[in-house]
Design a protein around this ligand. Sequence first.
Ligand SMILES: CC(C)(COP(=O)(O)OP(=O)(O)OC[C@H]1O[C@@H](n2cnc3c(N)ncnc32)[C@H](O)[C@@H]1OP(=O)(O)O)[C@@H](O)C(=O)NCCC(=O)NCCS
Length: 173
Amino acid sequence: MTTYRKAGPADVPTIFKLISHYAAERVMLARTLEELYSSVREFTVAVEKSRVVACGSLKFYDGRVAEIRSLSVEQGHTSRGLGRGLVKRLLREAKSLGLETVFALTTVPEFFRTCGFRETAREKFPAKIQRDCLSCELYPACPEKTVAIRVGKPKPRAYARPLIEEVPALRSA
Ligand SMILES: CC(C)(COP(=O)(O)OP(=O)(O)OC[C@H]1O[C@@H](n2cnc3c(N)ncnc32)[C@H](O)[C@@H]1OP(=O)(O)O)[C@@H](O)C(=O)NCCC(=O)NCCS
C-alpha cells in the first residue's frame, strides 16, 4: 500500500538520493543537501513499507503561482501511479492554499498531460526564467517543455494584466 505525507528533515537523505539519480541522467536539476534541508517543507513523499519511494515539491513564486519541482519516483516503482498520486496531492495543496496556477518544466510533458496540464510558453513565468533559467547552461536551447494547470480562480489584479492566461483548469477529483 502507498501512503502520502508531507516530508520532514529525516527524509532528506532519501530525497537527495532520488533526485541525484535523475540529475545524473540530466532529466532534472540537482539539489544540494543544504538546499533540501531548507526547502523540505515544500516536499510531499510517497511511502511504501515504511520507505520513501517517491517525492515531489511545490515551490511558491508569489500568492498566485507555484512550480512542481523535483518529481522523482524510484526506479522499480514507476508506472504504478505514484507520480500521478504525488501531482494530485501537490495540486490539492496548491488549491487549498489559494493559488491560481501550477507549472512545471519537464522532459516528460506527456506524463503531465495525463495529470491535466497543458503545454504553454515559458515566458508566462518570468520569475522562473530569472531565478533558474538565465544561469543555466542549457538556456535558451533548453529541452524541457513548460506545462501548466489552473487550480483556482484568477484573483483581481490592481495594475498589471494577468500574467498567466489560457492554462487549463484543475478538474475536481
Ligand atoms: C515521470 C515520472 C514522475 C512518472 O511517474 P510514474 O509513477 O512512473 O507515472 P504514473 O504511473 O503515475 O503514470 C501516470 C500516467 O502518465 C504516463 N506516463 C508516465 N511516465 C511517462 C513518460 N515518461 N512518458 C509518457 N507518459 C508517461 C503513464 O503511462 C500514465 O498514463 P495512463 O494513466 O494513461 O496510463 C517518473 O517516471 C519519474 O520519476 N521519472 C524520472 C524523473 C522525471 O522525469 N521527473 C519529472 C521531471 S519534472
